[in-house]
Design a protein around this ligand. Structure first.
Ligand code: ADP
Length: 863
C-alpha cells in the first residue's frame, strides 16, 4: 500500500520539521510548507491525503487556505493547528470542513490519533464514493440496456401495429421494413415472396440495392426455405459456393417467412457498415414471425377482397338484372292490366319510352303478308300512320326484321330508304326494328325512330329486346282474347237469337246450355233447368231408348232432325230434333247438342186444315146441294105447281145462299183479320140495339129448337165507342152458337151492364157445354171440339176466332165458363172508350182491309 502524503503547513519551521519527522516515523510522507501560497502550490502539483494547517500564519491565514484546498479536494482530511486563545477560529474551521483541531502546544500522539481518524474518515468517504460511482455506473448501464430493450420492444410493437394496421401487402411490408431499420442497425431490408422457385422483391427499404428477384432453388435461400431456419452471417451464398447476391454487405440475415410448413417468402436484412449481433438476429426472427403473420393475413385479406369484389360485382350484376326484371315485370303488369288490344298497344309504346328514349315508335302486326301499323306514338299526325301497310316480301328492311327474326339498326335511315324522306316518316334519321316473336312465330315488329343520325346502338338492342319479347306475348294474348271473345259473342248471339231451340247436355245428360228459343218452346226458364239432368225436365221421348239423343250417344254420329215430342211445362210439343256430338279434345265426345224446332202449331194447323177442308167442303156442299136440288125442282116445274111450294123452294134457296154467303164472309173476315188487321170505324153504339137486332135475326132459328131468347139490359144503358158492324158479328156468332149448341131447348140470354169504364156482355145458354180440355182451344182458328163434330153440329170453327179478334181490336177481354151438359157463359168486357192504336200504331191497322159485313156488301163488292 502506498504511503499517504501529508502536507504540513506552519510558518514556524520548527513545528513543521517536528511534525514531519514524527509523522514520517509513523510511515507517512510529508511535505512541509511555510505559508499558504507554498502549500497551495504543492497541493496543486501533487496529491495529498491530509493536511495539517496552522490557523495563524503570516500572509494568508489557515482558514482561507482550508477553504481553497477544500475547493480543490473536498475529501482532503484537514486538521487545524491553533493556539489556546484562538479556539474560536478552530471551531469556524471545523464548520468549513476541517476534520479536527489541535491546540498548541500539542502532544504528538494526539496529532497522530487525530490524523489517523481524519484519514480513516477520508478513506471511508473515498471508498464510499467509489462504491457509489460504481453503483451509478451499473445503474446507468442497466438503464441503457433496458432502454434499448424497451426501444426494441416498442419498435417491434410498432412494427406489429404497422403490419396489422393495413392489409395492403406492399404498404404493410414497406412500413414494416422502415420500422425494422429503426430497430436493427442495418441499411437495407427487403421482403421477397416465393413465386415457384423464384423469390420476387415485394417491398424494399433503406439505402442499399437489393436484387428484384433471386433464384430460390439454390444457395442460402433454398436452405432457409427447406429448414425454416433463419441464417445470419456475411457472404452467406459465397460460403455455400454460390455467387453472393449481396457482395457489399459485411453482415446479412436471411429470415424465411412461412405459415406452418408452407413457405411464403424471405426477409433479407443487410448492413454494409455494421455486423449484426445475435440480439439483432433474435429480433429479426421475431420480426420475421410477425411479418409471416402479416403476410398470411394480407394474403387472406387479398383473397377475401377478391371474393368480396367478385361478390360485389356479381351482386351489382344481379341487382342490375333484378332491377331490369322488376321494371320489365312492372311494365308487363301495367300492359296486361287491360285486355283490350288497342289499350295494350298504347301502353306498350308508352312503357317502351322508359326502356329506350325515342322520338317516334310504332307497332306493326303481320296481316295477310303485310305489316300494318296498328299503333304509333310520337308522330305529328298519328292518323296518317295508323293503318299504313307495307309489304314484307320484296321489302328488304321488313324482310330483314321479319324473316331474319332479328333486330335491325339503320344508322342513317334516309340514305338507306327513300321512304324515310317522306311524311309521316320524314322526321326519322335513325331507325331500329325489333321482331315481335311468339314461340316460333313472328307476329310483327316494334320500331323506334330517332331524329338523330346514328342514334341507336347495340346497347339499345340489348335493352329493348326483352321488353319487345314480353310485349309480343301481351299482344298475342290480347289478340287471342279478342278473337275468343268475338267467337264467344258470335256463338252467344247465334244461340240466343236462333229460332231453333238449342240444348247442350253432357254425358250425364245434365243441361249445359239452354237458349231463349228452347225456353219459349218448353216453357221452362234456363235458370230452372241448367245443371239438371234431362230426365228431370223433359219426357222420355227426348232421352229414352230409340230417341235421337240415345242414338247419337250410341253411335257417336250426328242424328239428322227427326220428329219427336218434348214434354214442356204446358204439355207436349211436337218437335223436329237433331242431335250432334260436340267435338272436344278428348277422343270420345262429352257433350251433345240438341237442336229442335217446335212445329206443334204447324201440326195443329195441318190438322185443322184437314178439318177445314172437310168442314168447309161439307159446309159448302150441303147448302149448295140443297140449292141445287131446289133449283132443279123449280126448273122441272117452271111453269106448274103451287106458288106456295115454289116460294118455299125459293126461300130455302135464299136461306142456303145466305148461309153460304155467311160462311164465305166468315172465312174471308178471318183471313183478312189475320192477314193484317183492319181499321175499325168507331162510333157511339148502343149495344142494346145491336143485341136486339141480333136476337130478332136469330128468332126463327131459335124457335125451331124451342129456345127462348132473352135480353137483359137497363133502358138507360150508355152507348159505347165501338165499330157497329163488328159488334154485329160478335153478337151474331155468340148467340147463334148458343142456339146451335142447345139441342134440348132452354134459354139463351144476353145481358148487358155498364159501369164508368166497362160495358159487360154476357151470353148464357143451357146447352151441351164445353169440356175443360177444349176450353183453351175454342178460340183457335178452325177449332171445333171433338164432341161437337161427333154429334154432327155444323160449323167452321171460325166464329169464336172472329169474336176474339173483334174483342181484342176493341181493347176488351173475353172469358168463358162452361159445364158439360149444363151450359155455357161467355163474358165480354169492352172499354167504354177504347184507346185505339193512334197514328203511331202499326202500319197494318191503318192500311188494313175492311171487314166484310155481310152478303149485301159482298155482293156489291162483287158486282
Ligand atoms: P163453330 O161454331 O163453327 O164450330 P166456333 O168457333 O164458333 O165454331 O166454335 C168453336 C167450337 O166451340 C165449337 O165447335 C164448339 O165445340 C164450341 N162452342 C162454341 N160455343 C159453344 C157453346 N155455346 N156451347 C157449347 N160449345 C160451344
Amino acid at each position: 500500500m502506498r504511503a499517504e502524503r501529508i502536507l504540513v503547513i506552519d510558518d514556524e519551521p520548527t513545528v513543521t520539521s517536528l511534525l514531519s519527522r514524527y509523522l514520517e516515523q509513523e510511515g507517512f510522507v510529508c511535505q512541509s510548507a511555510s505559508d499558504a501560497d507554498e502549500a497551495l502550490q504543492y497541493f496543486r502539483e501533487d496529491s495529498f491525503s491530509a493536511a495539517l494547517v496552522d490557523i495563524r500564519m503570516q500572509g494568508k491565514d489557515g482558514i482561507t487556505l482550508l477553504r481553497e484546498m477544500k475547493a480543490l479536494d473536498p475529501d482532503l482530511a484537514t486538521i487545524m493547528v491553533t493556539a489556546v486563545q484562538d479556539r474560536e477560529s478552530a471551531v469556524r474551521a471545523m464548520k468549513l470542513g476541517a476534520e479536527d483541531y489541535i491546540v498548541k502546544p500539542f502532544n504528538l500522539d494526539e496529532v497522530l490519533t487525530s490524523l489517523r481518524k481524519a484519514l480513516e474518515k477520508r478513506h471511508l468517504t473515498l471508498e464510499n464514493r467509489a462504491y457509489h460511482q460504481e453503483l451509478e455506473r451499473l445503474v446507468a448501464e442497466r438503464t441503457r440496456d433496458l432502454a434499448r430493450r424497451n426501444r426494441e420492444l416498442s419498435g417491434l410493437n410498432a412494427l406489429g401495429a404497422t403490419l396489422s394496421r393495413s392489409l395492403d401487402l406492399s404498404e404493410v411490408l414497406s412500413l414494416g421494413l422502415d420500422q425494422l431499420l429503426q430497430i436493427i442497425p442495418a441499411e437495407m431490408g427487403g421482403v421477397y415472396l416465393w413465386e415457384g422457385d423464384e423469390l420476387r422483391l415485394q417491398a424494399h427499404q433503406g439505402t442499399g440495392v437489393l436484387p428484384s428477384s433471386l433464384d430460390g432453388s439454390k444457395g442460402v435461400a433454398a436452405q432457409a426455405r427447406l429448414t425454416h431456419q433463419p441464417v445470419l452471417g456475411a457472404g452467406l451464398d459465397r460460403t455455400l459456393g454460390q455467387p453472393s447476391y449481396l457482395p457489399a454487405a459485411i453482415s446479412e440475415a436471411w429470415v424465411p417467412l412461412h405459415k406452418g410448413a408452407e413457405p411464403l417468402g424471405m426477409l433479407i436484412v443487410a448492413s454494409n457498415t455494421h455486423s449484426l449481433t445475435e440480439d439483432d438476429f433474435r429480433l429479426l426472427v421475431t420480426i420475421g414471425d410477425q411479418m409471416s403473420v402479416a403476410l398470411d393475413n394480407a394474403r387472406l385479406y387479398g383473397e377475401m377482397q377478391r371474393q368480396a369484389s367478385e361478390l360485389r360485382k356479381a351482386n351489382i350484376r344481379f341487382s342490375r338484372a333484378n332491377r331490369r326484371l322488376r321494371t320489365l315485370r312492372e311494365m308487363g303488369a301495367s300492359i296486361t292490366s287491360t285486355l283490350s288490344l288497342d289499350e295494350r298497344l298504347e301502353r306498350i309504346l308508352h312503357q317502351l319510352a322508359h326502356v329506350v328514349s325515342y322520338d317516334s315508335a310504332t307497332i306493326q302486326l303481320l296481316r295477310d303478308g303485310y305489316l300494318e301499323i296498328v299503333a304509333g306514338r310520337g308522330f305529328s299526325e298519328p292518323e296518317a300512320v295508323i293503318g299504313l301497310r307495307f309489304p314484307v316480301a320484296g321489302h328488304h328492311l321488313n324482310m330483314a326484321v321479319i324473316e331474319g327474326r332479328k333486330p335491325v339498326i339503320l344508322p342513317n335511315a334516309q340514305v338507306a330508304y327513300p321512304d324515310f324522306r317522306e311524311p309521316p316518316h320524314g322526321h326519322i334519321r335513325s331507325w331500329l326494328g325489333v321482331p315481335l316473336v311468339v314461340g316460333h312465330r313472328v307476329i310483327g315488329m316494334v320500331t323506334v325512330d330517332s331524329g338523330e343520325v346514328g342514334y341507336f346502338n347495340e346497347e339499345h338492342v340489348q335493352l329493348i329486346s326483352p321488353f319487345v319479347n314480353q310485349a309480343a306475348i301481351a299482344i298475342e294474348n290480347a289478340r287471342l282474347y279478342q278473337e275468343t271473345m268475338a267467337a264467344q259473342q258470335r256463338s252467344d248471339t247465334i244461340l240466343s237469337e236462333a229460332f231453333t231451340g238449342i240444348m247442350v247436355v253432357d254425358t250425364n245428360l245434365r243441361l249445359r246450355e239452354f237458349n231463349p228459343a228452347a225456353e219459349t218452346i218448353t216453357g221452362y226458364q234456363a235458370s230452372e233447368v241448367l245443371g239438371h239432368p234431362l230426365q228431370q225436365c223433359f219426357g222420355e221421348e227426348l232421352y229414352g231408348g230409340g230417341s235421337p239423343l240415345h242414338q247419337a250417344i250410341a253411335s257417336g254420329e250426328q242424328i239428322l232432325p227427326t220428329e219427336t215430342t218434348i214434354a214442356g211445362r204446358r204439355g207436349r210439343r211436337d218437335i223436329l230434333l237433331g242431335v250432334t256430338p260436340l267435338p272436344t279434345e278428348r277422343p270420345a265426345p262429352t257433350e251433345y247438342l240438341l237442336s229442335f224446332a217446335d212445329f206443334t202449331e204447324l201440326k195443329e194447323v195441318e190438322r185443322l186444315k184437314t178439318n177445314l177442308v172437310a168442314n168447309v167442303s161439307h159446309e159448302l156442299r150441303s147448302p149448295l146441294s140443297s140449292i141445287r136440288a131446289y133449283t132443279e125442282l123449280l126448273m122441272e116445274d117452271l111453269d106448274e105447281g103451287d106458288v106456295e111450294v115454289r116460294q118455299h123452294f125459293l126461300r130455302v134457296i135464299d136461306q142456303e145462299t145466305q148461309h153460304l154467303a155467311d160462311l164465305i164472309t166468315d172465312l174471308l173476315n178471318v183471313a183478312r183479320l189475320e192477314s193484317g188487321g183492319f181499321e175499325p170505324h168507331m162510333l157511339d153504339v148502343s149495344l142494346r140495339d145491336v143485341a136486339e137486332e141480333t136476337l130478332a135475326r136469330c128468332q126463327v132459328q131459335a124457335q125451331q129448337r124451342g129456345i127462348e131468347l132473352l135480353l137483359e139490359a137497363p133502358s138507360d144503358l150508355p152507348h159505347v165507342l165501338a165499330d157497329p158492324e163488328m159488334m154485329g158479328i160478335l153478337f151474331k156468332n155468340l148467340v147463334s152458337n148458343s142456339i146451335k149448341f142447345s139441342p134440348q131447348g132452354g134459354d139463351v140470354k144476353v145481358s148487358l151492364q155498364a159501369d164508368e169504364e166497362w160495358q159487360t156482355v154476357e151470353v148464357t145458354d143451357e146447352g151441351i157445354g164445353i169440356a175443360p180440355q177444349d176450353l183453351p182451344r175454342i178460340f183457335q182458328k178452325f177449332y171445333r171440339a171433338d164432341r161437337t163434330i161427333e154429334a154432327g153440329f155444323e160449323g167452321t170453327g171460325l166464329g169464336l176466332t172472329l169474336v176474339k179478334e173483334v174483342v181484342e181490336v176493341h181493347g176488351g177481354s173475353i172469358e168463358v165458363h162452361s159445364e158439360l151438359g149444363k151450359g155455357t157463359r161467355f163474358t165480354i168486357a169492352l172499354p167504354m172508350k177504347p184507346s185505339l192504336p193512334g197514328p203511331d200504331g202499326p202500319e197494318m191497322t191503318k192500311a188494313g182491309a175492311q171487314l166484310l159485313k155481310g152478303t149485301d156488301e159482298e155482293e156489291a163488292a162483287h158486282h
